[in-house]
Design a protein. Structure first.
Length: 124
């Protein structure tokens, strides 16, 4: 992979602005290349690396984006509250946290402080 100044995005190219109509269910970023066996294990009940592994840099599950899911409920506890705000703040600061729902509230393909501001407005 070649280094780039572009942020990590899913479903949208920051260079061209083109976006995808694909559905994303999970997104994972690891700090090392996974072997074929390690990669295959990630889709089983006994993955080689779980969300708290030191090799996991980003772990997003979009399973709860099904119809009826609460927008803004980033920890999937059934409520949109200050815990979700803290979780998003930690994620933006690069802390190892798991977002259980889509946090791109602005729809620009990037999760950043603008999404944090939108989430805070939801709580007012």
């Amino acid at each position: 992979m070649a280094p780039s100044s572009y942020p990590v995005t899913f479903g949208k190219c920051p260079e061209t602005g083109r976006s995808s109509a694909a559905d994303f269910y999970e997104a994972r970023v690891y700090s090392k290349a996974l072997s074929a066996a390690e990669l295959a294990s990630q889709n089983t009940g006994s993955p080689a690396y779980k969300e708290n592994s030191p090799y996991v840099q980003l772990w997003l599950d979009f399973d709860n984006l099904a119809e009826g899911a609460l927008v803004g409920d980033l920890n999937a506890d059934g409520a949109v509250d200050a815990k979700d705000v803290r979780l998003l703040q930690d994620w933006i600061l690069g802390k190892k946290v798991t977002l259980k729902s889509n946090a791109d509230f602005t729809g620009d393909g990037v999760v950043d402080v603008f999404d944090l501001g939108t989430l805070k407005q939801m709580l007012k």
